[in-house]
Design a protein around this ligand. Sequence first.
Ligand SMILES: Cc1cc2nc3c(=O)[nH]c(=O)nc-3n(C[C@H](O)[C@H](O)[C@H](O)COP(=O)(O)OP(=O)(O)OC[C@H]3O[C@@H](n4cnc5c(N)ncnc54)[C@H](O)[C@@H]3O)c2cc1C
Length: 321
Amino acid sequence: MSGVEHVTVIGAGVSGLTSAVVLAESGVRVHVIAAEWPGGNSLAAGAMWGPYLVEPRDKVAEWSRHSLEVFRTLAGDPCTGVRITSGVEASRHAVAPPDWATTRPGFRPCAPNELPPGFRTGYRFEVPLIDMPSYLGSLHRRLLAIGATVAKGRVTDLDDPDLGPVVVNCSGLGSRQLADDTDLRPIRGQHVVVANPGITEFFSEDTGTSTDLLCVYPHGDTVVLGGTAIDGREDLSPDPEAAEAILRRCTTVEPRLAEARVLAHRIGARPTRPAVRVEAEVRANGRTVIHNYGHGGAGVTLSWGCARDVHLLSAGRSQAY
Ligand SMILES: Cc1cc2nc3c(=O)[nH]c(=O)nc-3n(C[C@H](O)[C@H](O)[C@H](O)COP(=O)(O)OP(=O)(O)OC[C@H]3O[C@@H](n4cnc5c(N)ncnc54)[C@H](O)[C@@H]3O)c2cc1C
């Protein structure tokens, strides 16, 4: 399969758009087809770089490291929606910092008087925050600028002859039907978007396996407040009680949010799997399908690393890691 000239990418979430950009910019002719444009689950993300509850560990480390490098570069252009932001991840218990945080610039433990009431430990560091509507828009523009073609539509069969000889499957939860994958499940998440009352630093709580999360992600004029993680649910209408509770939790740690105007509710379902699936499959008809789905709560974090593997697999090479 070396020297592949034409690839169809299924899906226009962060996985599909990033894979399409990497392939198109390497000289491959790319066509993207997606039922929903851009993918709503990707639009709903907060989004902070951070490998959060995903496997396989060794690949996740390398995928996220590569993505971090790319996000650092993208942060140089404000139109991308990527900003390197300083802030605090804290816990109400005595906990060690997450491994991935300790190597971030500016990493240091917080003094007790730097933490909101009720918190026992906290760590300050810098990470990329990604404003998903702006970011997905910038990936879309980048794709069109290089001559890729895009279409709205639902694929019902990975063996459909119209898809061409090489297909990249980035359909997220759609792979339950498309790839008959019974390992995939949704974890519903809800965010409230408010007008920014002047917040420039992120705050997130290490909430372990709780269904109630707490995060405050400033993106210029807006702040994304979270959140929830409800296993097995994928209904996408806003839950007013959950929104109230999110505002209450976030206002407790950041009182300036008390009067902030609510602009939107964003809801998505994390496409979760015991391990992210990035691999090539040769179908009975000889077609190669490269799967790239199942990124759970870390699809943005892993996107550039996984897209790089998709590119290597499309050129007939094994993964980089
Ligand atoms: C509330 C919330 C907060 C999050 N926060 C973060 C965070 O801070 N950091 C982070 O890294 N990640 C975060 N995530 C996780 C991240 O958003 C996901 O892992 C990521 O969006 C998955 O992207 P995807 O492109 O694989 O799937 P999706 O975004 O679900 O896109 C799938 C695409 O495939 C299309 N599709 C599906 N089936 C078909 C079909 N049969 N035919 C054609 N098209 C099809 C869909 O229409 C869509 O375009 C969060 C997620 C949520 C919900």
